[in-house]
Design a binder for this molecule. Structure first.
Ligand SMILES: NC(=O)c1ccc[n+]([C@@H]2O[C@H](COP(=O)([O-])OP(=O)(O)OC[C@H]3O[C@@H](n4cnc5c(N)ncnc54)[C@H](O)[C@@H]3O)[C@@H](O)[C@H]2O)c1
Length: 277
């Protein structure tokens, strides 16, 4: 089901930041992604939604897929068509990539795999069904969408760039947030990223990952207890704050852009320094 936005208005640009002495303008370059055709899974919320905005602001055409449509005001604001699809279902994914290719006028040459879930459960209480659900969405979903997009690009002899979202949870354990199934799924995403990168490099397709730390989106659980959350930020995050979805989106769009033309098979922490200590 397509849920097209109706307004062509982009927010969050560089307006208002330029010209302040000593402040570098970090707003999006208006044309860096011009001519690019982007597909964003998990595009209805959080980091996926921020990446839809950033890609649009940098000139790309964007189609988002998610298992639920975005709020109507978000659909209007991003002006990006949304396709409802469950990334764990191969048929949904194949249909979504075909529809996206039609809407974009060619196969997506930028893919962000952002669809994901985060569930806490101590290992001794974790059920096989909970394990399977998390692995299916976070890992199988990235495989299915990545495979469908790469196949379409290779069929058309076109290059492209894929960015998968892993997590710092793939790199470090945390007894306070028991998420073995999530951590394993995200470690799998890093391995998947490397393998996609080396198998598809001969076709001109680069594949990288980001490993976000604690990012302020609806998924975040850290600040459910604000006192403990702030204590964590003060002691475990050198920059001593949460990251924003827009800050992760900026790195994702860099990795997808030609500015990263010689980067493939890397997993970049976007974590305020937390994995360094
Ligand atoms: N927020 C953080 O602190 C953080 C940290 C590390 C990694 N991440 C990762 O970033 C990605 C985006 O997360 P977010 O923080 O923006 O969370 P979010 O909950 O705001 O967004 C996730 C989106 O994925 C969609 N989704 C879930 N299951 C789906 C499915 N089966 N098919 C299609 N869409 C599906 C949801 O509907 C939602 O819109 C996830 O992969 C997450 O694991 C987030």
């Amino acid at each position: 089901m397509a849920v097209p936005g109706s307004a062509d208005h982009i927010t969050g640009g560089a307006a208002g930041r330029a010209g302040r002495p000593g402040v570098r303008d970090q707003g999006p370059a208006a044309s860096r992604m011009a001519g690019r055709r982007a597909l964003v899974s998990g595009g209805a919320s959080g980091i996926g939604l921020a990446t839809v905005r950033r890609l649009r602001a940098e000139g790309a055409q964007v189609v988002a897929i998610d298992r639920r449509p975005p709020a109507p005001e978000l659909a209007r604001e991003t002006a990006a068509p949304f396709l409802v699809a469950d990334v764990t279902r191969a048929h949904d994914v194949a249909d979504a990539v075909t529809q996206a290719s039609t809407l974009l006028g060619g196969p997506p040459d930028v893919l962000l795999n952002a669809a994901g879930i985060y569930r806490m459960r101590p290992l001794l209480e974790l059920t096989p069904a909970e394990w399977d659900e998390t692995l299916a969405i976070n890992l199988r979903g990235s495989f299915l969408v990545g495979q469908a997009v790469a196949a379409a690009l290779i069929d058309a002899s076109l290059p492209g760039a894929i960015v998968n979202i892993a997590s710092t949870a793939a790199l470090v354990a945390d007894a306070a947030e028991p998420t073995a199934h999530y951590n394993a799924s995200k470690a799998g995403v890093i391995a998947l990223t490397r393998q996609m990168a080396v198998e598809w490099a001969p076709h001109g397709i680069r594949v990288n990952a980001v490993c976000p730390g604690v990012i302020d989106t609806p998924m975040l659980r850290l600040m459910d207890d604000p006192v403990a959350g702030q204590a964590y930020l003060d002691s475990c995050v050198p920059l001593r704050r949460l990251g924003t979805a827009a800050e992760v989106a900026a790195v994702i769009v860099f990795l997808a852009s030609d500015d990263a033309a010689y980067l493939t098979a890397v997993a970049v922490p976007v974590d305020g320094g937390s994995t360094a200590i």
